[in-house]
Structures are given as structure tokens and as C-alpha cells.
Ligand binder design. Sequence first.
Ligand SMILES: Cc1cc2nc3c(=O)[nH]c(=O)nc-3n(C[C@H](O)[C@H](O)[C@H](O)COP(=O)(O)OP(=O)(O)OC[C@H]3O[C@@H](n4cnc5c(N)ncnc54)[C@H](O)[C@@H]3O)c2cc1C
Length: 341
Amino acid sequence: MEDHLGAPAVECEAYRNPGVPVGPWLDGVGPVLRERMRTGVRLAGLTTLRVGGPADAFIEVRSEAELVEASSVAQQVGLQHFILAGGSNLCISDRGIRGLVIYNRARECSLGETTSVASGHGTIPLVLKAAEAGLGGLEFAIGIPGSVGGALVSNAGAYRRWFSPYVRSVRVVTDGSLRTVGPDWMEFAYRNSRLRRPGAEPACLIGADLHLSPRPRAEILAEACEYQHNRIHRQPWEPSAGSFFKNVESREIADRLDGLPERFRTAGVVPAGFLSDACGCRGLRHGGAQISPRHGNFIVNAGDATAGDVRAVAEEIKRRVLDRFGVQLEEEVIYAGDWSD
Ligand SMILES: Cc1cc2nc3c(=O)[nH]c(=O)nc-3n(C[C@H](O)[C@H](O)[C@H](O)COP(=O)(O)OP(=O)(O)OC[C@H]3O[C@@H](n4cnc5c(N)ncnc54)[C@H](O)[C@@H]3O)c2cc1C
């Protein structure tokens, strides 16, 4: 366990606190997870935006089997829980996350035209491993940080390509037990799946079988390099959670916007960054959070931002875009944890 993790569970505040009923969960899991559970772990350092308060209770899982155990018992005993992986699509509240955070480090991977990969496996390492094995398909994902599980939850994508076409099946824990489902179950859409929907039932992705195609290694790497080159020149370097808002898919809006590049008008897509720029948002600052001077859809942590600062900046972009264009931006980044007043 790394240094930043807190005291062992058995003596912990969370165990005695009736507001955080981890006792039944501790009784339900085996000794390895029981001993490894921690409390009060600060989460900011486990996210790319570097904001967020502590987890009441925290368990790091290191294999698919441990992830199944931790999540299925949490579901069975009705313990509020949250799956944290790369932390690259999150803005965690300054008050932190109530209940149990399951930190997913399950990283098994078996490569082939059907590649079986654990949900905690990194997306970028997967693209690189697949390239080494002469398996193509995921080149577009070379610059997408975080885990395969996180990528499936948001159907992550870039350059008009996304994960869902490569998914053959998914291993998931719902209703307290493990099952294998087809891609239809995920209800994939643009940066969305059933796991992101408001009020969705608790579901933990354990792993997936992905369909990859034979392709010469040099071709894969050349394509991936081109994508990376493009990204390095466009994106800011400060801590962020990537694009903050989803692009707006609407032909009607694309048709009426002056100055929208023709390729977006043709596709009926309006980049959120275009709208933010048109409203003069670049460089805008609240506390330690800033809209990147390099990219109008990136909110960066310029040093000492709180999650509250980030949210204030995001609200300001939304307000300006709504006032000027009548367009309601929708967050791509997920607000996690306790945001109650
Ligand atoms: C610099 C930068 C560039 C980025 N570029 C892109 C891009 O080009 N395209 C793109 O789509 N995204 C991009 N992102 C966003 C982010 O990297 C992706 O959404 C990524 O796939 C998230 O994975 P993660 O492991 O970090 O998920 P996390 O941030 O840890 O979690 C995100 C959500 O998924 C849930 N979740 C994660 N794993 C599981 C699981 N196993 N079971 C159930 N729920 C789970 C979490 O509970 C949370 O709600 C970028 C981010 C950064 C910082």
C-alpha cells in the first residue's frame, strides 16, 4: 500500500461511525480485502485534475477477482460505493466521497483478435501492447488517459472514433453478482452509457472482451503518432480532466453559427470549445481554476484550485453560452462525491 493511504480499517473511524456502515461489508469480504481497507484517504492525488476531499473508506483492488469481491459484497449489503480508476474524467467534491471508494487496479490482459482485458488496465498501455502484438483498432485512443473501464463508461473516443464498436462483451457486477453481457446492455451513445445515466443501478465493470484486427505494427504506431502529435499541439499541460463539456451534436445549431469551420457544419457538430471561445471564456479564472488560455474546453488546475473553483468556472462557461447562444452545455466530466450544500 502506498504512503498516502491512512490507518488500517479495523481501528478506523468509519467502522464505528453508523453514518458509514462498512461493518457488514468488512464481514462479507475475505481477510485480504479486510486488512487492506483504509479510511480518510485523500483523493485529489488520485485524479488528473488534482482536486477533491477524502474517501470515508477506501479499498484498492488488484485483480478482477478482488474487484468482483469488493463490488458484489458492497451491492449485497447495500453499501454506497464508488469505482475510482484513472481519475481522469472526474471533479471530486472538496468534501470527498461518502461510503466506500473502490480503487480499481485490476490489470489482467490477454491479447488476441479477441482481447480480454481487466477494467483497471490502462487504455494507453493497452493500445501500445496491442500495437506490439500487431493488433489494431484502438489507435484513436492513444492519448486517452485512464482505464479501460472508465473508457467504456463514457464510451471514450477521439477523432470521430470511440470504444463501443470494439466491444464484444462485458463482465459486470450488478444485483450483487457477476455476469457477462453483450454490448447492447451498455446502451452506448456519444460519451455515454447506461452506467452514466442519472439514477442508474449500481454496476461495476470488471473487464471486457474487445475485438481487435491484425495490422502491421509500423502502421499502427504511425497512425497513433500522428494523433499524439496533434494532441500535444492542442492540449494544455496543466492538470485537467480533459474536455470539460461534450460537443453539441445539432445540425440546426451548427447551421446558424457564424465562423464555425466547414467540417463541423457538415458533420452537424459544434465543439464546446468553439462556443466557450466565442463567449470570451479563455483565460477566465476563479481561485486556482482557469479556463486554459490554450483550449476553451479545458478547465485547468493552475496551482491551488479547489473543486468549488472548478465548478464555479464551469458554471460561468455554461451561463455565458446559454445567454449568448441558447445552448445548454452538458458536462463530459463527472462531478463525483458529496456536493450537497
Ligand atoms: C488530458 C486528458 C485528455 C483526455 N482526452 C480524452 C479524449 O480524447 N477522449 C475521451 O473520451 N476522454 C478523454 N479524457 C477523459 C478521460 O481520460 C476518459 O473519460 C477516461 O476513459 C476515463 O477513465 P478513468 O479510468 O480515468 O475513469 P475515472 O475518471 O476514474 O472514472 C470515470 C467514471 O467512470 C466510472 N468508472 C470507472 N471505472 C469503472 C468501472 N470499472 N465500473 C464502473 N464504473 C467505473 C467512475 O465511477 C466514474 O463515474 C481525457 C482526460 C484528460 C485528463
